[in-house]
Design a binder for this molecule. Structure first.
Ligand code: SF4
Length: 346
């Protein structure tokens, strides 16, 4: 029992109708420490997930996601639709119904022992955050890091969770055997905005401290300056302060990206915007009139703000200006921005 010492309410399997699609469910667990959250502990059949090159034009990639759903609960999270594959909803269920692959370390070790050809690289944190709060209890990441390190497989970890600090010694040890690329997502200087959009995450200050600690341990750390929100977190003084703070904390590289709004996430985001910043709804409808990406004119404007700042603080220039959502995960560079029409919006 992973919750020893606490009051535990174990629910019957199938307590949530959508969980009929979750196979190998062992039990559903609630704890007073995590009000409103239910953890569905499963025995995973696989740990390594192969994302073929054809999927959404992404290159071939191996991933591990010990959790599905994320208590960080970012309003804009583009992983939300993955919960619909489980028969759960992409809004409240994604934030509160967390699937935990309790045996992921054992399964990973067995998979690595069996493979004649090992994955060239593994990405952690591509679908949900591996250092969300649940990791403090389930402690799945140490075993994953050790297994990958023992197999000399390079890997990346992307997180907003400061719990990564706990595992810095393990990451350093793994980095001696194969390159480890920690990455942090940090993008808001406005604390109120950050807590409103990312209610389950550590503060920007706490993430900057984690960044400094990772760098002090001798590891690289790229910061994903994402998402940048039009008219809310993209003011020149905000960008200047954010880039300066990242430089002071020692970030190895900075990859900026404007807000990406998939069709599934869009209604929830606009509901938040209408509640918190109703005067901006019309602006966002114009900026995102073309779909999930911000208007190319906006992205060009943002790029023009950021490039001098990044240069000034000694950061390598991103390959192709402001990165798109794929580059956010380090998968490929953004396509060249379209030639700018007259700047009527900005
Ligand atoms: S931390 Fe990442 S995975 Fe978790 S809700 Fe936020 S954007 Fe989604």
């Amino acid at each position: 029992m992973r919750w020893a010492g606490q009051r535990i309410d174990a629910l019957a399997p199938g307590a949530l109708p959508g969980l009929a699609r979750v196979s190998n469910l062992v039990q559903s667990v609630r704890s007073p420490e995590f009000a409103g959250i239910t953890f569905h502990e499963i025995l995973a059949k696989t740990a390594l997930n192969h994302v073929p090159a054809t999927a959404k034009m992404l290159p071939d990639e191996w991933t591990i996601n010990p959790y599905r759903g994320c208590t960080h609960a970012c309003v804009y999270c583009y992983a939300r639709p993955t919960h619909e594959h489980l028969g759960l909803n992409a809004t409240s269920d994604f934030d509160t119904q967390i699937i935990v692959k309790t045996n992921v370390v054992e399964v990973l070790r067995a998979e690595l022992a069996k493979k004649r050809v090992l994955p060239p690289r593994v990405a952690l944190g591509t679908s949900t955050d591996p250092y969300q709060r649940a990791e403090g209890r389930y402690r799945l990441m140490p075993g994953i890091i050790q297994a990958l390190g023992a197999a000399r497989i390079p890997f990346s970890v992307l997180t907003k969770g400061t719990l990564i600090r706990r595992d810095i010694p393990l990451l350093v040890e793994a980095d001696r055997r194969a390159h480890v690329e920690p990455g942090l997502s940090i993008s808001f200087v406005d604390a109120e905005l950050q807590q409103s959009l990312e209610p389950g995450t550590p503060t920007t200050a706490a993430r900057l401290a984690a960044l400094a600690e990772i760098r002090a341990a001798g590891l690289d750390c790229t910061v994903f300056l994402a998402p940048i929100l039009p008219l809310l977190s993209d003011r020149p003084w905000q960008l200047e302060r954010m880039v300066r703070q990242l430089a002071e904390a020692g970030a190895t590289a900075v990859l900026p990206s404007a807000l990406y709004l998939s069709s599934t996430v869009r209604p929830g985001f606009f509901a938040w915007l209408g509640r918190e910043h109703p005067s901006l709804v019309g602006d966002y409808e114009r900026i995102y009139a073309g779909g999930s990406e911000a208007d190319p004119r906006y992205r060009r404007w943002l790029d023009e703000q950021l490039q001098p700042l990044l240069r000034e603080h000694g950061f390598p220039a991103p390959d192709a200006g402001v990165q798109d959502k794929f580059a956010l995960r380090g998968r490929r560079a953004a396509p060249p921005l379209a030639a700018p029409p007259p700047p009527t919006l900005f």
